[in-house]
Design a protein around this ligand. Structure first.
Ligand code: MG
Ligand code: MG
Length: 259
């Protein structure tokens, strides 16, 4: 199957699903604190998505048991919701997908639990900057390699490891469409970006080395050196040649401010 370039109408539907993801993550943000566990977060997210006419895309996806991927500390992505209470100083990456009106939204944010080490706070800040730089590279005429290069250059300038095995992706009627969007690469290489392309861009950046392992739960991806990792994800469309971010962290940031 080739790449599905989207019409403006389709992009509006993806935006609608992406915004519902952002609102769901804001509901999760309100609850995150020491003592809360990720099963509770997952339950709230699923209820909120269904109350708003959506379906949690991740639930049952290749057999995944949750509506959220919840990845704590050295877990990079794909953590399964569980009963272990969050602790002061943890970071938790929450990834959420919503299917509504025939289209998906997919966005992720790494939250701080209580007081977090300054070097980990910096990891979160730089990973979000990586995402921003990747978004800015989503312009007609640029190539997929320009996106990955933007992420890699910024992350490695801070000495961080850029995960290679997991990548961003095209987004639309399917959660994972072509093309793959690596977080590393050479500028000027790869598929040329053009009007109507919709991408989920999701840097996964490790405080230590880039190397990862998979736990024998069949899902959780963890850093090999046990150091923390961060993950931020936006859905981006190329509209009139320029990047348009369809998802948002505004609801999350509002919720965090009011905590
Ligand atoms: Mg995601
Ligand atoms: Mg994704």
């Amino acid at each position: 199957m080739g790449i599905h370039y989207k019409t403006k109408e389709e992009i509006e539907l993806i935006r609608h699903s992406s915004l519902l993801v952002g609102k769901t993550l804001a509901e999760v943000a309100k609850l995150i604190k020491p003592g809360v566990n990720s099963l509770e977060l997952d339950k709230i997210a699923e209820e909120f998505i269904r109350d708003n006419g959506g379906v949690p895309t991740f639930l049952g996806y290749n057999g995944f048991p949750g509506s959220l991927c919840v990845s704590v500390n050295d877990c990079v992505v794909h953590g399964i919701p569980n009963a272990k209470p969050l602790e002061n100083g943890d970071v938790i990456s929450v990834d959420c997908g919503v299917f509504k009106n025939g289209f998906n939204g997919d966005s992720a944010y790494t939250f701080q639990v209580g007081e977090v080490d300054r070097q980990v706070q910096q990891l979160l800040r730089v990973t979000q900057e990586c995402l921003q730089k990747a978004v800015e590279a989503c312009r007609e005429g640029n190539r997929i390699g320009d996106i990955g290069n933007a992420v890699q250059t910024h992350a490695e300038s801070h000495g961080y490891g850029v995960v290679r095995e997991l990548v961003g992706h095209g987004l639309g009627a399917e959660l994972h469409e072509k093309p793959e969007v690596p977080n590393y690469g050479k500028a000027g290489r790869g598929l040329k970006l053009r009007e109507g392309l919709v991408l989920a861009i999701e840097p996964m950046i490790n405080l230590g080395t880039k190397d990862i392992d998979q736990l024998n739960d069949g899902w959780s991806i963890v850093t090999l050196d046990g150091k923390p990792s961060a993950h931020f994800e936006h859905d981006v469309a190329i509209v009139d040649g320029k990047p348009e971010v369809l998802s948002t962290f505004e609801y999350i940031e509002e919720a965090l401010k009011n905590k």
